[in-house]
Design a protein around this ligand. Sequence first.
Ligand code: ADE
Ligand code: ZN
Length: 337
Amino acid sequence: MQQFIEHMPKVELHLHIEGTLEPELMFELAKRNNVSIPFASAEEVKQAYQFHNLQSFLDIYYQGANVLVKEQDFFDLTWAYIEHCQQDNVRHCEIFFDPQTHTARGVEFDTVVNGIHKALAQAKEQYGISSHLIMCFLRHLDEGAAFDTLKQALTHKDKIIGVGLDSSELGHPPEKFERVFQEAIKEGFLTVAHAGEEGPSSNIQDAMSLLGVSRVDHGVRCVDDPKLIETLQVLQVPLTVCPLSNIKLKVFETMEEHNVVELLRQGLCVTINSDDPSYFGGYMTENFLQVAMAHPIEVDELAQFTRNAIKASFIDDSHKQQLMQEINHYVDAFQRK
Ligand code: ADE
Ligand code: ZN
């Protein structure tokens, strides 16, 4: 089973690039940019990663991002993630970035996008790993700030496929961003949003009806509303679930209590993703391994997470077909052994 998971082709749809900042790179960039950080060693940083909810994580996560200043920093950050993709057999990834975390510190929007984009172009060329970039609005900031950010994205439409919504869910419901999402849609961006991570299941419904999302990020609180479950089944609205994240942020107490396998068996289009792997203890393979360790599961069910991610991705149909063939051949070959 471990071998099957390690070598399985994967697609990642919920990954914050700022959440891939490993403590070692944090120290290197702090030194390079002369930014002070409140830790004495990488070991001390790891010790600080004890979270009791989403906000306690976000406070540390935004602080960590302070070391990212130059285009090269964003390139190095993204390239380090791509090396993990290569290691974990991730064939395609759709990556979030939070421009407001950087522009608030005086870092130019262009610096951020260009650094990330150059690394993604190199990933395609060197490893054949394809990608899309999704810009998230920080929901704890106001609508005006989101509109300003959208305006800055307009000259980068060739590099940014969609917009998303992240940060503190409680107290910042989807309706706060309805107008900016409608404007983003008019400008041709696809939309996604974090909903039903810590917040109520009504946020999932509202993300679909008010923000026009193609996917819901997390969405695990859908279990609180049987009618919503039915809607998700019928419409096959994808949920980008992040098992290790949910355990670290106490959305579920244990992996055994996590509902991702149950949702899969109910026929929902659920996928497995790593969210902020540097902070939550693992990249794609580790997320799959920990789910499989906590839940008796068939190899074909594990592969179904990849099939769902291919369907839910923003790649074109012929690319989808090609990846679908690859995962199906992989399962067939494994089962014939
Ligand atoms: N930003 C980074 N990770 C996040 C998460 N899991 N939820 C909301 N905002 C985030
Ligand atoms: Zn997330």
